[in-house]
Structures are given as C-alpha cells and as structure tokens.
Ligand binder design. Sequence first.
Ligand code: ADP
Length: 651
Amino acid sequence: MFKKILIANRGEIACRVMRTARRMGIATVAVYSEADVEALHVREADEAVAIGPAPSAQSYLDIEKIVAACRQSGAEAVHPGYGFLSENEDLPIALEAAGVVFIGPPAKAIAAMGDKIEAKKLAVSAGVATVPGHPEAVASAEEAAGIAKRIGYPVMLKAAAGGGGKGMRVASDDAQLKEGFRLASSEAKSAFGDGRLFLEKYIEEPRHIEIQVLGDTRGNVVHLFERECSIQRRHQKVIEEAPSPFLDAKTRQEMGEAAVKLAKAVGYFSAGTVEFIVDDKKNFYFLEMNTRIQVEHPVTEMVTGLDLVEQMIRVAAGEPLPFSQKDLALKGHAIEARIYAEDPRRNFLPSPGRLIRYAAPQGEDIRVDGGVYEGAEISPYYDPMIAKLAAWGENRKIATERLAAALDGFNIVGVSNNLDFLSAILRRKTFIQGKLSTAFIAQEFPGGFKGVDPSPNEIGEAIAAASAMHRIELENSARGEIPESWITNLDGKAHAVTIVRDGAKLAVSLAKKRHEVATTWLPGQDLFRAEIDGVKASFRVSGIGLVYRLARGGVNYTAQILLPRAAELMARMRPKPESTRSRHLISPMPGLLVSLAVRAGQDVKAGEELAVVEAMKMENVLRAERDGTVTKLCVKPGDSLAADQVILEFA
Ligand code: ADP
C-alpha cells in the first residue's frame, strides 16, 4: 500500500479523500492556490504544497505543477477528486512518466469516454441503448435541420466535448434549432476549445438515473446499483438519492448489467459512473460515462456500506476487488442535498464571502461532507459549494424526514445559501411521492424560488417557539415577576399567547391550540432545538431583544413579542430601515438603561449581551445581532430612553 498520496483538488472532496487515507494509515499531501492558503483541505493534510495563483488554469489545472508537487513531497500516488484534472487523460500520462500512480481509471478509458460522440458509438457497439439521434458531428445548422426532420422534434444539441451542462440546447422547430446551433457551438468552443456538436432526440420529462461501477486491474467489474439525480437545475444536479424510487428489480439489474458491459468494453478499472436517462416506460438510454468519483457518491456508500475512495486507492495499489456482484446488496435509502453559497431568491446568484457562522448538524444517520470552517472564505474563484448533507433511513420517507430535520439544524451566516430552497424541495408533494423528473424544479418553482407558505400548524409551532424563547430570556435575565401572557406578532399578525412553565416544559396556549415545548435552549444560542408536542423541531434563530427571526422547513418567520402595554406603544412605532438598524443598537421601547455590557472599541460576537433596558418593570437583554466592533456609546446607565433611541453604534 502507498505510504503517501497527493490530492490534486480542493474543497470538500479533497477533505473527504484525506479522511479515508488517514484511516488507512496513508499520509496526505494537499496542493493549494494563493486563494486557498487558509482553506480546510490545507489544514487537514499532513503537508501542503503551493501551486500558484488563484485562477484554476494557473494552479489546480496545471499538470506540471501537480507532477512537481509529487516530486517535492515524495507522494507515490495522486487522487484527482472530481472536476479540475479528474477527466483529463494527460494527467495519468504525465504521472506515469514521472513514476507516480494515478488513483483512477486508465488514460485510454478517460479519453474514450471524454468525447461524447465516441462514447455513444462505443455504447452502441457494446450493445447498450443510446438516445435516438445522430452520433456524428453536425457541420451546419442546415444539416442539423435535415437530421431533426428525420428523428423528429424536439431535439437536443450537445457538445461532443461537453460537461457541466455547457454547450447544450433544446429545439422544438427549425428556427430554434438554427439559433441553438449558433449559441451551443460558440459556447462549446469557448468552454472546451472544441465546437463540435451532435444531435439527439430530446426526451421529455425524463429521469436521470446513473449506475456506479467499480473495477480492478484484473478485469473484474461490478456495479453498486443506481443513484437517481433527477432533481436538477439547468442540467446540474441538486438532490441525489439511492436507490431510485422508480426502478424495479428487473430494470435495476438490466441497467447494472449494461453499465458493467460498457465499462468492460473500455477496459475500465477504478470507480466510474454510467449515466442514463430513463423515460416513463422505464426505457433507459446511455447518456455519458464519468470516469471519476462523483459528487453524489456518498449516497451509494450509505446504502452499500462501502468506502468508494478506499476501493479506488486499493485498486490503484494493484489489489483485486474483495467482493463480487453477488456479495453486494442495498440497505435502506439515502438522500443528499448540495448546499451552495448562492441566493435562490435572486436567480441563484453565487454569493461568495466569509462564513461568519458555520455549524453543521450531527447525527447517527447524517453525513456532512464539508470543505469549510467557521470564519473561512467561500472564494469567488471556485465552485460555490459549501457542503453536502446526506441522510440515511430504513426507507425513503425516513431518509427524507431526517434530511429535512438536518437542514433545519444547519446554520450558515455570512453568505446567502440555498438551505431554504432545499427544504422547499423536500416538502413538495411530488417529491414525497417520488414523482421525479429533470423538469421538477422548473415545474414546481415556475418563475424561480419565492419562499414557502407555512401550514397553520407550522405557524402555531413558530409562535410557540418564539414565545418559549422569550419566556426563557425573561427567566434568565429578569428580576421580578414574569408575565404569563402577551402578544406575539408573527409576520405582521398578532397572536394572543399565554405561556406557563410546567417543570421542564413550557405550555403555550394560542387562540385555538395549545403547544407543549421542551427545550434546553439558552439565550444567545443560534439554534433552537426543541420537542414541540413531542416531535423534534429545530429553528435557526437570530435577533435581539424582543424580535426573533426564525427559519425552519424553508420558511422564514419574524416574531415580535409585545408585552402588555408595550404592545400599545410598539403599535405606534415606525419600522426602521435595515441599514440604520444594523449599524445601531436601538432601544426597542421607551425605558431605562440599566447597564451596558460593552465599551467603545470592543469586539462583540453575535449573541453577546450589549445592554439591559428596563421597561414595563421588565428587564430586557439586548444582544448583538452579528459579530462587530462597538465604536461609540451614546447613552449611559441610568439614562432614560425613548423608543428608537440609539444606545450604541457599530463600525
Ligand atoms: P453534461 O456532461 O454537460 O453534464 P449530460 O449529457 O450528462 O451533460 O446531460 C446533463 C443533463 O441534461 C441530463 O442529466 C439530463 O437532465 C439532460 N439531458 C441530456 N440529454 C438529454 C436528452 N437527450 N433528452 C432530455 N434531457 C437530456
């Protein structure tokens, strides 16, 4: 076995490969660009080699620099991860010349599958069904129109060198085809330096189902069943699961056998994925083969109990596969969601920046593949993926519920992220029913993502949670009597609440319903974990004093507690613009400044106590909404405060 390997990648996949290497007793070498000096994969490696400037072309995509880093560190083998150089056959060729082992398939298999036209021809000759079409480069829009007439519209134009959904266009008539031809070929030329296009029948509302294969250098190839990756946005996967809720045992076996046949036809070894699209009659057609580990491999690991990276390393070291097809079985169900730094409400605009807060959920059947830490930067130079979150369950329903709960328990502050969007997908009826297709997102979220409408029960639970939080704040800070009823204003709607402590539980009575809340939450914690009516629930929390912002199940809530009498005064207050509020700590109501917990120049963390204001005989602790520096104190203890009066300023 190797003593030391180099990982020619960054982010979560570099960290994930290192995790397995460490378990196997293999030392790890990271490579990093100037943008990644502080990155997690550099911190987690036993040693790290700088390979140049931030742009990938000058660092992570530079083969000579990878080879030089091997020489410098004495690494015996290289794992390429996914993306970057993972599907460039020149890397294994250069490594071989330098006497370094490539932890991946043979160069000629990468080359054969790298060209989609060649790959399709290979599939045809191996007896694997492909999408009807014309598996030759098409020279002009006119020629394409002739072919489209023969195979029938709609058709899909695809780049022979394609990947990442680039150079792809759907056309329903000659005019769209002409336009699409021009756009797709120029896109392919600039993305891959190769403008060749071919034409396929466009399968409407298909599923994307892929087969994981694994082979050794002795010619043994097995398949590790399928992953369904139909939840896609712009032909890119968002949620993946195993097994597919659509396949029966017979189709599963046929697809597995087809994938193995194709892998054997190209002399494949290591891990790889054969992708198919599947129509509503369970006809499956070969799409392409990815000759590397895939982003979504964790779901396969969770339902087979295998470590794919370990198998890749063992195969590269010359070991035979320790099992055959009949030893493999599926156990339970696993679903993965890709968490990105992007803003779903702004057309998924990438949102690079610093992670002010990053706390991933934990749990026995929860898996987090992350490449960041709190305080780390999501760089604008690379893919904006923050982490992958996967959940396992005895069946699909349990796995989905666990994943949804884990999303609620994921706290990310500092960059926009798609947690709400992912939660919104999981709660859609069509998703729960397993009625998936690649058109799912376009159909379920026409016009983009605009948030989620909570159910009446969810609204009740949010009111109960905010009310419980406030009661706990009072218990932790107040001298004197704690009121048992008040108004909780949720998203502009007033709800009369009575809240009574009953031992470890809080009983929250609303107009029509009573909720029991059991929690160990303490003021300042940004995750409210509780059992509400006996069911586990987590809310992400931010907010100060009497205003709480909560998030759960893709829904964002703003709750405002209006204490008796204050309710009246608050009703007259004007809302303040966001910018003024964030730079100033403002008294939420008329009252007396009891104490200040900070001085000018002091750095404060989100959740830290800033001041105590007494009003209506109640003491209210005002806390920092986010990390920052106090620049100026505007009042002193003992001063009386007007509503909205500035107490202190932040930088
Ligand atoms: P890339 O290599 O760019 O990711 P793929 O060939 O893997 O491209 O296709 C990506 C996605 O595009 C598929 O998962 C599927 O959703 C869609 N797609 C590709 N070919 C077709 C087709 N002929 N009909 C319908 N959808 C297709």
